[in-house]
Design a protein around this ligand. Structure first.
Ligand code: ZN
Length: 196
């Protein structure tokens, strides 16, 4: 199981080091400590594994490594059914790859792998940490206060600033993303709803 995690870590590191946007946002740490994860299943794991979305030359090695990890990954959801609804919990999941409570521990750098199936609306939410979404495969429409709505395609990025309200909607395709957090609020969870 550890080797599947290491493959994802190394593919993420390669992608990250090769992207000026990612490295400029938060340099990938040299040292991270592996903490034995507990496999935690969510239905989105199988949806992702069986989906046909594909990445680009840059992202496909990470997409492939994530698909291999799917059955043994420590999947998380963070939200209750009351907060995001049953359909979201049935078809969404994420992995904290690196971070304060990640499978690879680091106190101040946080990297997630996050997946949403098609036709989901990730309602408005916010968090203190600054955030960069890097789309690995599929697409979605991103909404954020003060910015134009955009469809994010593979290899494209979107940054959210501290406590900027944002939301996301998938249409006919699922989306698989690599998300990096930095600054104050790393290690916390997003809060649903808008902040004034
Ligand atoms: Zn966010």
């Amino acid at each position: 199981m550890k080797s599947a995690w290491l493959q994802v870590l190394e593919a993420a590191r390669t992608l990250h080091l090769g992207s000026a946007e990612l490295q400029g946002f938060a340099p990938f740490p040299d040292m991270v400590e592996f903490v034995k994860p507990e496999p935690l299943y969510v239905p989105a794991s199988d949806i992702l594994r069986n989906s046909t979305i594909s990445g680009t030359a840059q992202t496909q090695p990470l997409v492939d490594a994530i698909r291999l990890l799917c059955p043994v990954a420590e999947w998380k959801q963070a939200y209750s059914e009351q907060e995001v609804g049953a359909d979201m919990l049935a078809r969404f999941g994420y992995i904290e790859l690196v971070g304060p409570t990640g499978v690879f521990r680091h106190p101040s750098f946080q990297a997630y792998i996050s997946f949403w199936d098609a036709h989901l609306f990730y309602d408005w939410h916010h968090h203190e940490a600054e955030e960069l979404y890097f789309n690995l495969a599929g697409d979605a429409i991103f909404f954020a206060d003060g910015q134009d709505d955009i469809t994010l395609n593979p290899d494209e990025t979107r940054i959210h600033t501290t406590n900027q309200n944002h939301a996301m909607r998938t249409e006919t395709s699922p989306i698989l993303t690599y998300i990096v957090w930095r600054g104050n609020g790393v290690g916390e969870l997003p809060k649903m709803g808008r902040v004034a």
